[in-house]
Design a protein around this ligand. Structure first.
Ligand SMILES: Cc1cc2nc3c(=O)[nH]c(=O)nc-3n(C[C@H](O)[C@H](O)[C@H](O)COP(=O)(O)OP(=O)(O)OC[C@H]3O[C@@H](n4cnc5c(N)ncnc54)[C@H](O)[C@@H]3O)c2cc1C
Length: 472
């Protein structure tokens, strides 16, 4: 007897795909998820968010123990790094969390199939199983959540173990003496911080004249200065033209960006190069053409407001469609698409998606930057409060940074919040909730915040947006 079709077949078990699968199963769908990897969790859990944050945390503790605890009267002699142990802990955490998704799949009756999926029609997918045999699965709805992979500079490959992308940078077995990072986006800065903390000299090369282009520029400047104080070197308006591979070193050739004259390149010697120039949607061998799915100029799958592609019955979410390439954006879309398929009103508020950079200090933002508001001709007020005037930050010795709230000058509605400082990533949740509910800065200011907490800086910045702060 032929197998009855599934309600939903999801391709990709990253944060978009696995969350969509769980929500659809909760809503009564029969669901299967296919992924090439044996481990669930996609890029995020295996080679992205989680391993990077584990290592950032470990390296932060190393620097704390080596350089900062003495201020507390705690003297630790002979602090040393055992990179193998650090990497083993990272691997164990990745294993634990990916197994956690397996548990959630079993709990919700979701079938997991390891294999490479290829679209055959709007209701059938071929799956090449690890033993090379091919299975065919039918489903009423198909969801593409195949994510993204790193962009490599044109003409360059990762054909030498000393040249790698973020995946390689999360599994090095020694600390490079000099790590050259191509790209000053959030992945380059996080991984640069990580290896600088562990002892590498880190040079970050960027085509533009500033770091993280999407970030509020005042905040970006503060972050750049903080990273420079930690020893990171920046080379702006430079482009990589060549890497000469010598036995003991790599010689990187840099040219001034946009310089077409025949100037000699600047040569920098290093022993490792990390390409961190961003990510691109991953749709290789997926069979998009076969079923008539169209993509935009950057390769992102085009979808309508219901996440449906140009092939009816096939949907797409996450890094493979336009929008910020972030795990929580993919998750929101996963929930929304499952609810839409179940006849509910799933939706995502793209105006309130936070973004965090896990450097030290951390940076977190939601909504518009000053640059965007200016470009859109929106008049705004600015409320800013430094962590140096926040009691908890002083107690913790983490006074670098500020909270900056941008509010509509007429209505006081919060339009954007930018935080740089300790635990900014947690603090941004309040701002995101405020924006989700169209709150004004006065709403935040008049909400009672516990003392002493970092969150009081948010309250004070809100006071300063519509009136005056109390504590400066
Ligand atoms: C170093 C690094 C750090 C990051 N840190 C953060 C962070 O701190 N916070 C954050 O929000 N985001 C972070 N990201 C981004 C985040 O990982 C992605 O936005 C997120 O994983 C996207 O989820 P997704 O479900 O769209 O796709 P993915 O997580 O990429 O999952 C896609 C899955 O699809 C599978 N697949 C692809 N094609 C096929 C096929 N044909 N058949 C079967 N399976 C297939 C892949 O094997 C993969 O497992 C980071 C990324 C990197 C690289």
């Amino acid at each position: 007897m032929a197998e009855s079709p599934l309600d939903l077949l999801v391709i990709g078990a990253g944060p978009g795909g696995y969350v969509a699968a769980i929500r659809a199963a909760q809503l009564g769908f029969s669901v299967a998820v296919v992924d090439k990897r044996a481990q669930l969790g996609g890029t995020c859990l295996n080679i992205g968010c989680i391993p990077s944050k584990v290592l950032l945390n470990s390296s932060h503790k190393f620097v704390e123990a080596r350089d900062h605890l003495k201020q507390h009267g705690i003297f630790m002699d002979g602090v040393r790094l055992h990179l193998d142990t650090m990497m083993s802990r990272k691997n164990a955490i990745v294993d634990e969390l990916t197994r956690g998704i397996g548990f959630l799949f079993r709990k919700n009756g979701i079938i997991f199939i390891q294999g490479q999926a290829k679209l055959e029609s709007n209701n059938q997918v071929a799956i090449i199983l690890p033993d090379g045999t091919v299975d065919h699965k039918q489903a009423r709805h198909i969801l593409i959540a195949t994510g993204s992979d790193p962009v490599l500079p044109t003409g360059f490959n990762i054909d030498d173990p000393r040249i790698f992308t973020s995946t390689g940078a999360l599994s090095l077995d020694t600390v490079p003496r000099h790590l050259m990072i191509i790209g000053a986006g959030y992945i380059g800065l996080e991984l640069g911080s990580l290896w600088a903390r562990l002892g590498a000299l880190v040079t970050v090369v960027e085509f533009l004249d500033h770091i993280v282009p999407s970030m509020d520029q005042e905040t970006a400047k503060f972050l750049q200065q903080s990273l420079q104080k930690q020893g990171l070197l920046f080379k702006f308006q430079r482009k990589l033209t060549q890497i000469i591979k010598k036995e003991k070193e790599l010689v990187v050739h840099l040219m001034v960006a946009d310089d077409t004259s025949a100037h000699l390149p600047e040569l920098i010697t290093c022993d490792a190069v990390l390409f961190a120039m961003g990510r691109r949607p991953y749709t290789q061998d997926l069979g998009l053409e076969q079923v008539g799915i169209t993509t935009d100029d950057h390769g992102f799958i085009k979808v309508n407001s219901q996440f449906e592609t140009s092939c009816p019955g096939i949907y797409a979410i996450g890094d493979v469609i336009p929008g910020p390439m972030l795990a929580h954006k993919a998750e929101e879309e996963g929930v929304a698409v499952a609810e839409i398929l179940a006849g509910q009103a799933g939706s995502v508020n793209y105006g309130a998606i936070p973004a965090v950079i896990y450097t030290s200090p951390e940076v977190a933002s939601v909504g518009k930057t000053e640059e965007q508001l200016k470009a859109e001709g929106i008049n705004y007020s600015i409320g800013k409060f430094p962590f140096s005037a926040n009691g908890r930050a002083v107690v913790m010795g983490e006074t670098a940074g500020f909270v900056k709230i941008l509010a509509d000058i007429k209505t006081d509605r919060v339009l954007g919040v930018h935080i740089i400082g300790s635990d900014a990533g947690s603090l941004i949740a309040e701002a995101t909730l405020a924006m989700e509910f169209d709150a004004s800065s006065e709403d935040i200011a008049r909400t009672c915040h516990a003392h002493p907490t970092y969150s009081e800086a948010m309250k004070e910045a809100a006071w300063s947006a519509f009136s005056k702060p109390l504590h400066v």
